[in-house]
Ligand binder design. Structure first.
Ligand code: PLP
Length: 419
């Protein structure tokens, strides 16, 4: 019987089979209404299809070769680095496609342990634990660590995964105004009644390219006996003299207790995330953190990529340093041309435009000039603060950056975005 069903299913491939029945029809009507609502609100997110590797130059499906790419988190250009790719192939051949298991059943290989050790060494922390993504690391930490007796204090502009992770825990929740130390202090005073306090912030904020005032946060944490957690997805690998991140940049590596970050951006760009911090915390996460306990092990090829990326960064700080001058070039040329670029010294360079339609139309026009950038508008950023987010990579050449600036000037003048 099962075989018959399987054969029918195989024969059925090639043409989709819509479910029938009143409930399915009702669902379809509701879905279509929702989708129409998203389109009507102008917040539809369409996906451009890339037909080449990730890199500073791309080919888009259906044409578009030689497109200059300014919207990936490939900050160090390691996503297509030959040594990173070779390491992935080797890991694939030696350790297979995947583990078909979670870590604690039969999903831990020597390369997982090696990578965890390497991550901890890179961040100068005691231990580390891998997740399928940083979204999972953020979803898994607060619930495992905090009880109803505790408090978590979170920057209002923290990444969605931190917000969701905090939602899952039973601690008392405080949301402080973005990078507002007066507000954080007031909330810390109120939170003195709780057993344990954890301040949670992005190290670098991905929509604005601004960097959390970690020195001040750590001072307040010391004053009010709190722990500090940072999400370093947009900092690991390139901020600080050795690319260790925001805590290294601001000289507080010994004051930040917990670091979560991703392997899916600067560190090879494949996938995966982690928590690094005190050994007992990592031990507890292995016992209690649900995305770790109930999700498959990272595939060997992914582990191979990240491991090689970390080797490259630990061999020399030249890669980590290679991006700062490129970022500076873009920011200063754009500012001189009359654009407002949010943030400071970070390769996330949001070109502030205000109007959502203007951001969308300008991004389209940039693509027609061979520059791939994306417009962001509400609800991803606040109303009236639409922007085109440009991300600089170490592998952009000076000519690439100049071409991008020139296109912005042309498009900005055409649409009245420049004086
Ligand atoms: N935290 C921040 C600040 C991010 O920008 C992202 C990715 O967009 C994540 C967490 C999630 O990382 P991952 O892609 O590894 O799930």
């Amino acid at each position: 019987m099962w075989r018959g069903a399987a054969v029918r299913a195989v024969r059925g491939t090639g043409s989709s089979r819509a479910a029938s029945g009143a409930a399915a029809a009702q669902l379809r009507r509701w879905l279509e209404g929702e989708l129409e609502g998203i389109r009507g609100a102008g917040t539809w997110k369409s996906e451009r299809v890339i037909a080449s590797r990730q890199g500073p130059h791309l080919r888009l499906a259906g044409g578009g070769a030689g497109i200059l790419n300014f919207c990936a988190n490939n900050y160090l250009g390691l996503s297509s680095h030959p040594q990173v790719i070779r390491a992935a192939v080797q890991a694939l051949e030696e350790f297979g496609a995947g583990l078909s298991s979670v870590r604690f059943i039969c999903g831990t290989q020597s390369i997982h342990k090696d990578l965890e050790e390497k991550i901890a060494r890179f961040h100068q922390r005691e231990d580390a634990i891998l997740y399928a993504s940083c979204f999972d690391a953020n979803a898994g930490i607060f619930e495992a660590l905090l009880t109803p007796e505790d408090a978590v204090l979170s920057d209002e502009l923290n990444h969605a995964s931190i917000i969701d992770g905090i939602r899952l825990c039973k601690a008392n929740k405080y949301r402080y105004k973005h990078m507002d130390m007066h507000d954080l202090e007031a909330k810390l005073q109120d939170a003195q009644k709780h057993r344990l306090r954890l301040v949670a912030t992005d190290g670098a904020f991905s929509m604005d390219g601004d960097i959390a005032p970690l020195r001040e946060i750590c001072q307040l944490a010391q004053k009010y006996d709190a722990l500090v957690f940072i999400d370093e997805c947009h900092a690991t690998g390139f901020l600080g003299p050795n690319g260790r991140g925001t805590d290294e940049l601001l000289g507080v590596m010994d004051k930040v207790t917990i670091v979560n970050s991703t392997l899916g951006k600067a560190l090879g760009g494949a996938a995966g995330g982690y928590t690094t911090g005190p050994k007992p915390l990592i031990d507890l996460l292995r016992q209690r953190s649900r995305p770790y306990l109930f999700s498959n092990s990272l595939p060997p090829a992914v582990v191979g990529c990240a491991s090689k990326a970390l080797d490259l960064l630990m061999e020399s700080n030249a890669i980590a340093q290679s991006m700062a001058a490129k970022t500076q070039r873009f920011r200063s040329k754009m500012t001189a041309a009359g654009f407002t670029i949010s943030g400071k010294d970070h390769p996330i360079c949001p070109v502030m435009l205000g109007d959502a339609r203007l951001a969308a139309v300008m991004a389209e026009d940039m693509l027609s000039r061979g520059i791939y950038v994306i417009g962001f508008s509400y609800p991803v950023v606040p109303k009236g603060k639409a922007r085109i987010r440009v991300q600089i990579s170490a592998v952009h050449s000076d000519e690439d950056i100049d071409r991008c600036v020139e296109a912005f000037i042309e498009v900005g003048q055409k649409h009245g975005a420049l004086p």
